[in-house]
Design a protein around this ligand. Sequence first.
Ligand code: GAR
Length: 189
Amino acid sequence: MKNIVLFASGGGSNAEQIMRYFSQSKTHKVAVVLTNNANAGVLVKAGAYNVPALVFTKDELNNGNVLLHVQAFNPGLIVLAGFLLKFPADIIAAYPGRVINIHPALLPNYGGKGMYGIHVHRAVLENKEKESGITIHYVNDNYDEGNTIFQQAVAIEQCLTPEDVALKVLALEHEHFPRVIEEILNGSI
Ligand code: GAR
């Protein structure tokens, strides 16, 4: 069994898809959900899949405490699924090439500090882009700059609001993210 350690900050719809997908797997499992938000919807979702969940503070993330929790779960892959804080260098250094993130746009455009969730979709619409999409990438010490693993575009010409774009992009995330995680763990990409 290879363990997936999930980090999420909000509603956790990606985390939910990942837990659902791997609840059927004989080779990989979601070992724990870690969140910086005690009110995160992802906590309820983890409970529904009998996945243990831990809440931590920003201080604990940055003082080595969260690294200790992560190590206790012996991760094959650390997955940021809607995790909105800067990921700490100590965890990245402890798991080289084994921390990935999903970003709701086609990087290198619309990435970096402050570019998360609805802010990304608003910027994309303001620039009158005809398409947006998803980027799954390795995490390094700079926001959204690690090597790309997978991208998928979607037409957004019909979208009138950032929320419309978010729905289209989220559907792509749910469709592709669990499979890409599985392929990484299998060593096939
Ligand atoms: C997702 O769209 C994810 O790509 C984005 O937050 C949303 C979380 O949704 N992540 C970022 O913007 C990271 N920079 P979810 O909580 O329903 O999975």
